[in-house]
Design a binder for this molecule. Structure first.
Ligand code: CP
Ligand code: NVA
Length: 310
């Protein structure tokens, strides 16, 4: 059975801890002769059914730096985009490459690809989760804290209870974060995702907490990390105007940041919309760690690839 990475739970708490520890090492080794090349002679397909900048570049460069060959397929230009079954695509890609990164819509599509592939499948974002993003984000939090121990660290998620929020919820369960999500009614994280994460948090025993509130100030109060995401995700473009209206009180600006810990950092998976979910004064200000966070996609995913394929 190949080892897949469809959600953070596929790594478990120990796997996540070791991937993050390795991400820090690979970051230090980048550009040195000691940098490993465990993907020599191996290829990784990156199949994109949605737009991407960071995921594509970080996986392409990461595979290259590990000694392998990245093969990017924009689904609309492939037979998959013309209706070739996902099951057939999975079997066929398994004969060519050693892993597939897949960005798509429904989570069940990532699951279907994984079920029919004999190589590891990595979720490069779906409507439900964005686990690769959280590897980079957790690395950024550890860097700022100066410790790999994330137990009890208060994190405020402000805005949509979306795919990235769901992956923060899973991360809290595996690391012990104290995650408070402030989301408007109708845009809360999926109750099943929260319930499953609470179960995993109990099993993990690191004290991870997930609290969903409506009030951004309540979530931000004392937070060491404040984070948000776009109000309309890919595939929700038609809802943009309605969402902009509902989410208006969820803007992360300096007055919201003032409720957080004075050392609080701001994270955003990017792309960002200044003046919508985040004010320029925050994302371009001293608390922002978004560029280092984005760069960590490279280091953390290299550690993931090494873990799955090395
Ligand atoms: N954060 C992120 O996944 O960015 P892209 O959509 O550019 O890949
Ligand atoms: N929630 C966003 C994340 C983009 C990286 C989306 O799915 O479009």
């Amino acid at each position: 059975m190949p080892r897949h990475f469809l959600t953070l739970f596929d790594l478990g708490a120990d796997g996540l801890r070791s991937v993050l520890a390795r991400a820090h090492v690979l970051k230090r080794l980048r550009g040195t002769p000691e940098h490993p090349r465990p993907l020599q002679g191996k290829s990784v397909a990156i199949v994109l059914e949605k737009a991407s900048t960071r995921t594509r570049v970080s996986f392409e460069v990461g595979v290259f730096e590990l000694g392998g060959l990245p093969v990017t397929l924009l689904a609309k230009d492939t037979q998959l985009g013309r209706g070739e079954p996902l099951e057939d695509t999975a079997r066929m890609l398994s004969g060519f490459v050693h892993a597939v990164v897949y960005r798509t819509f429904g989570h069940e599509k990532v699951q279907t690809l994984a079920e029919h592939a004999s190589i590891p499948v990595i979720n490069g974002l779906c409507d439900r989760y964005h686990p690769c993003q959280l590897l980079a984000d957790l690395q950024a939090v550890q860097e700022d804290l100066g410790t790999e121990d994330l137990r009890g660290v208060p994190v405020a998620w402000i805005g949509d209870g979306n795919n990235v929020a769901h992956s923060w919820i899973n991360a809290a369960a595996l690391t012990g974060l104290d995650l408070r999500l402030a989301c408007p009614e109708g845009y809360l994280p999926d109750a099943q995702v929260v319930a499953r994460a609470e179960e995993v948090a109990r099993q993990t025993g690191l004290g991870g907490r997930i609290t969903v509130v409506r009030d951004p100030v309540q979530a931000a109060r004392g937070a060491r990390v404040v984070t948000t995401d776009v109000w309309a995700s890919m595939g929700q473009e038609a809802e943009h105007a309605e969402r902009a209206r509902v989410f208006a009180p969820y803007l992360v600006d300096a007055s919201l940041m003032a409720h957080a810990d004075p050392r609080a950092i701001f994270l955003h998976c990017l792309p960002a919309h200044r003046g919508e979910e985040v004010a320029a004064e925050v994302i371009d200000g001293p608390a922002s760690r978004v560029w280092g966070e984005a760069e960590n996609r490279l280091h953390a995913q290299k550690a993931l690839l090494e873990h799955l394929l090395g």
